[in-house]
Write a protein that binds this ligand. Structure first.
Ligand SMILES: [Zn+2]
Length: 352
């Protein structure tokens, strides 16, 4: 008799435990009827916003938020819950979004969350040192006397080539990809296509609408690309000079432009050395550049200093790298396309 009671008790405990586990799993289910989509950075957010269009059954979250520096972002506990409750989570990864490693780890049990590393769907390039910026830890290659010597030897093509290869191997050891993938129209279109496909996967019912919205947005990207190409085709100089960071490597490679800058793309520095300022000033004079650039979310102080030193009407102008959007622009509903359109007149001043 006692044995039977024990067996029944044991069975009850097992069943009870089963219910508990089941319940815990159940509690994790989304508390909303809307599809939840989370994008880490502005470009992915903007493209998804365009693809989703007026579909009220999808809620889109811009994780970084306007006006903030992507490199110093760290998700809060609330952000983590938002991601865990998402149907689709889009990120870039790399050094810039190092935090995504731990988020992905925490999502291992959440089979419902579809995760997309959007950088996997574009052609990435390796992080490069930009001309003018001092290397952050190591010896300096490009500066001052070295740089001048390099130019004097410029006629010897074979030698230049060898130099380039050495630098390439050096960079390869460091290995990181450049995370600023959204600055070329080519990549932007690839991102839109992949994000559209991802939306179809989580919400098949609205497939046709997503396809149509993506197609319309791609047409707008192609249109702004065409306008920029018209300017680039008429350029009288090939070099853009940034009194700032330069996170636009993909843009430069796409339009076959060059740049000199005060800092590398992901630098957290804000104060260039006197030597760097002098280098950029000389470069600007050499190129007869009428514009020194600075990017969004920067006050342009360094660019203005350099422009004043150059003189001859040289002025500081803001270029949109679309790394993020300012709060004002965000509230005005500015998009990747509308911000890139602002660059048309800036490039006209800088290149023509
Ligand atoms: Zn960056």
């Amino acid at each position: 008799m006692k044995k039977i009671i024990l067996i029944i008790l044991a069975a009850l405990i097992v069943v009870g435990a089963g219910f508990l586990i089941f319940n815990t799993g159940d509690n994790k289910k989304k508390d909303t009827s809307k599809k939840q989509v989370v994008a880490s950075n502005f470009a992915s957010y903007d493209f998804l916003r365009a693809i989703i269009g007026d579909n009220k059954d999808v809620e889109l979250t811009f994780l970084l938020g306007p006006g903030k520096d992507a490199h110093s972002f760290d998700p809060t506990a609330k952000d983590l819950t938002t991601i865990q409750n998402a149907d689709l989570f889009v990120y870039i990864g790399g050094e810039m979004e190092k935090w995504s490693d731990k988020v992905l780890e925490s999502l291992k049990e959440e089979k419902d969350v579809k995760t997309i590393c959007i950088a996997d769907y574009v052609d990435t390039i390796e992080e490069k040192e930009v001309d003018g910026a001092e290397e952050e830890e190591e010896h300096e290659h490009h500066h001052g006397e070295d740089g001048e010597e390099h130019h004097e030897e410029g006629e010897d093509h074979d030698h230049d080539h060898e130099d380039g290869e050495e630098e390439h191997h050096h960079e390869h050891e460091e290995g990181a990809f450049d995370e600023h993938i959204w600055t070329s129209p080519e990549n932007a279109i690839k991102m839109v296509n992949k994000l559209e496909q991802s939306m179809e996967e989580i919400d098949e019912a609205n497939k046709e609408k997503y396809k149509e919205n993506a197609k319309n947005y791609i047409a707008k990207i192609q249109d702004v690309d065409k306008k920029i190409k018209e300017i680039v085709n008429k350029k009288v100089r090939n070099r853009l000079i940034f009194g700032d960071k330069m996170p636009m490597q993909y843009f430069l490679e796409y339009y076959k432009l060059e740049a000199s800058a005060a800092f590398n793309g992901c630098s957290s520095e804000t104060e260039p050395s006197a030597k760097t300022i002098a280098y950029l000033e000389n470069k600007a004079k050499e190129e007869k550049t009428p514009v020194i650039l600075y990017i969004e979310l920067n006050n342009g102080r360094v660019a203005k200093t350099i422009a004043d030193e150059v003189g001859n009407g040289c002025k500081a102008m803001q270029i949109q790298s679309l790394h993020n959007v300012s709060l004002d622009d965000f509230n005005n509903g500015e998009t990747w396309v509308s911000l890139m359109e602002r660059n048309i007149s800036v490039l006209r001043s800088a290149l023509l």
